[in-house]
Design a protein around this ligand. Sequence first.
Ligand SMILES: Nc1nc2c(ncn2[C@@H]2O[C@H](COP(=O)(O)OP(=O)(O)OP(=O)(O)O)[C@@H](O)[C@H]2O)c(=O)[nH]1
Ligand SMILES: [Mg+2]
Ligand SMILES: [Zn+2]
Length: 355
Amino acid sequence: MSNAPRFAGHSSEALSALGWDESFSESFAALSAPGDVPARVLRADLGGCVVASEEKEERLPVSARLRVKGLSPTTGDWVVVRGGEVVQVLERRTAVVRASTEESRAPQVLAANVEFVLVAEPLGERWRPRRLERLLVVAWQSGALPVVVLTKADRDEDPGQAVTAARKLAPGAAVHAVSARDGTGLAALGEELAPGTTAVILGRSGAGKSTLANLLAGGEAGLEVGDTREDGKGRHTTVRRELVRLASGALLIDTPGLRAIGLTDSVEAIAEAFSDVEELAASCRFNDCAHDSEPGCAVTAAVTVGDLARDRLASYRALLREQLRLAARSDRRLRAAQAAEFRARSRQLHRTERR
Ligand SMILES: Nc1nc2c(ncn2[C@@H]2O[C@H](COP(=O)(O)OP(=O)(O)OP(=O)(O)O)[C@@H](O)[C@H]2O)c(=O)[nH]1
Ligand SMILES: [Mg+2]
Ligand SMILES: [Zn+2]
C-alpha cells in the first residue's frame, strides 16, 4: 500500500468502529510498551472487564496496581492490555459522573468517552421537568452534548407539544420524540449519532432505554427488556452498564434505571443547562442580582411577562443552592482531613523529640 497508515501504530478499521481515533492513538503511544494492545471496555465489574480489541472480545482482569490506585476502568474507557491484564486507563475525553449518595464515597463514573448523552424521558405519563433538568446538568457536566429523547411517543396524543415543552427545558440540546412501537423519530435520532461516535443513554427505569438500544442495534444487542408496573414505573431490568454497537456504526452505552442522581461540582454545568436564565441574568441591573426583589431584574421581569416559567427559575435556584451545600460539605471534609493530618504530624514530632 502506498498510503501511509492513518494512525501511527494501531489503526485498523475494527478499532475505528469502536470509536478509536488519532488522539486516543497518541495517548496510547504515550502509555504503552511494545506488544501492548489497545481495547475498549464494553462492561466492567468488580475486578475485571469485558473488552473489545482489534482482534477479539474477552474478559480480562484489572491489574492490582490499577485497582489499588482506585483507577478501575469503566464502560467506554480505552485501556492498555498487557500480558492478559488491563494495566492502564487512557485519559478520559468525557466522563458522565454522579455523586455518591454516601458522603464519604467518591463520585462514580457512569460512562467514559461519550460524545452524546441521551436523556430518556417517557411520554404518556405525568411529565417530570425537574428530573429532566437534573439529568441535563449531569449531561452538560460530562463534556458531551446532551440529546433529549422523549420515548414512547406512541402513547402521547401530541408528541409535538411535548417536544416544544422539552426544548424550553433544554436550551442548546437536540430534542427527539421516538417510539419503539411505531418507529417514530428513530431515523432522525439515528442521524445525530454518526458512525464511530459513542452515546450513553440515561433515564429512569422503564423509560424504554434498552428497548431503544436493541432497536437501534438492529436486534443484535440482545439487551434484556422488562415490563413496567401498573403505576408505569420500571422494574430495574438492566443491572449493568453495557456498550453495544448500533447498526448505523455508532456505539451506545445502555445503563440501569437511575433512581436519584447526585450532582458533583456542577456550577458551570448548571449555567449551561440553564443558559436561558443566565442570558436573562446578563441584563439585570446589578451584577450580583439574586433575581429576587432587586430593581431592574431581567429574570423576574421575564417571569412576570411569561417568558420564563416560574418553576424553571425555582429549579435553577434549587440546583444552585444544592451546590452551595455541597461546597460547604466538602469544606468541612477538607478541614477535618487537615486537622487529622496536623494531629498525626504533631504526634510524629513529639516522638522524634523524645528520642
Ligand atoms: N408503548 C411503548 N412502550 C415501550 C416503548 N419502548 C419501550 N416500551 C416498553 O417499556 C417497558 C420498559 O422498557 P425497557 O426498555 O426495559 O426500559 P428501560 O429503560 O431499559 O428500563 P430499566 O432497564 O429497568 O432501566 C417495556 O415493557 C417496553 O416494551 C415504546 O416506544 N412505546
Ligand atoms: Mg434497561
Ligand atoms: Zn436579576
